[in-house]
Design a protein around this ligand. Structure first.
Ligand code: ATR
Length: 288
């Protein structure tokens, strides 16, 4: 039996995080004795956690809201993608040297690769936070005709345009792109990505798109909200016969990417489908 290792997710709040279910299930599937804990921390406690981690109490951890950026000064090394985005969601402890990664980009890329969206079409992204940056970094692997970012605070969208335009083969539009014009923007779009938390539990009746008929039937709609899996936005998209990608696909895929870093081994191809089925069944208990 391999030596038991301990991993965790840190954040505030973390009560509703699905990561412990997913990672514990992975260890069970792989026959590993490792454990995965949920740790709620205040900003002051973050430093103490890092000291505990370096003493080898934890061999790695995931980071969620609000610490994906704040964790960076505590780390010894940052992988290139995470440094570019300026956010870390996975840390490995290598003999008290903490190295940070961003597996959200891998998760988003995988979700886009396995869907049948029209890859040369127009993309509309809602929101301009860290999740939008993961979406933009993932889109660098594709060839959309253009990307429009709609955000409540337009300046933030403008900053991301500046940051990504240098690397993108597509044009990014943020000026005068407003939520009130969302119907018009979506009419000829191939892909809509929601990176805002609108529709997340407990506000499950909310959607960032006011009317279902604004969603074109030929489009693909990717909602990064993982909880619930079947958000109001995805229900609207199904009403319109649009294709959908749910937040669970990205969540499972970024978790597998984290395990590849921690376990430093190839994982079975069948793992994604097994975890995804488990997650769907686990979550259906709450929304039936
Ligand atoms: P993350 O890093 O996970 O993306 P975030 O930085 O809080 O999280 O970003 C969430 C995005 O969703 C932000 O762009 C936020 O808009 P602001 O930049 O104006 O804050 C957007 N967002 C959050 N709540 C929203 C709401 N109720 N309606 C529309 N946009 C919202």
């Amino acid at each position: 039996m391999p030596e038991k290792k301990t991993y965790a997710i840190i954040g505030n709040p973390v009560k509703h995080s699905l990561s412990p279910q997913i990672h514990s299930y992975i260890y069970k599937q792989l026959g590993l004795p490792h454990s995965y804990k949920k740790i709620q921390l205040s900003t002051v406690q973050l430093k103490k956690f890092i000291i505990r981690c370096k003493k080898n109490d934890f061999q790695g951890f995931n980071v969620t809201i609000p610490y994906k950026v704040k964790i960076i000064p505590f780390l010894d090394k940052i992988e290139e993608q995470a440094a570019f985005i300026g956010a870390v969601n996975t840390v490995i402890n290598e003999n008290s040297v903490l190295r940070g990664f961003n597996t959200d980009v891998t998760g988003c890329t995988y979700a886009l690769e396995r869907s049948s969206w029209e890859q040369t079409g127009k993309v509309v992204i809602l929101g301009a936070g860290g999740a939008c940056q993961a979406a933009l970094a993932a889109l660098l692997n594709f060839t959309p005709s253009s990307v429009y970012i709609i955000n409540r605070t337009p300046e933030k969208a403008g900053e991301l345009k500046q940051k990504f335009s240098e690397y993108a083969k597509f044009d990014i539009y943020t000026e005068n792109i407003k939520f009130k014009n969302i119907g018009q923007l979506l009419a000829d779009s191939a892909l809509l990505i929601n990176t805002t938390p609108v529709g997340m539990w407990p506000y499950i009746q909310d959607s960032p798109v006011p009317e279902a008929n604004m969603i074109p039937d030929h489009a693909t709609v990717f909602d990064m909200v993982p909880n619930p899996l079947h958000t109001r936005l995805l229900q609207q998209s199904e009403q319109r016969n649009a294709s959908t990608i749910n937040g669970g696909i990205m969540l499972v895929s970024q978790a597998i990417a984290a395990q590849r870093i921690w376990l430093e081994q190839k994982l079975p191809e069948t793992l994604f489908d097994k975890i995804y089925t488990y997650l769907t069944e686990y979550m259906s208990q709450y929304y039936e």
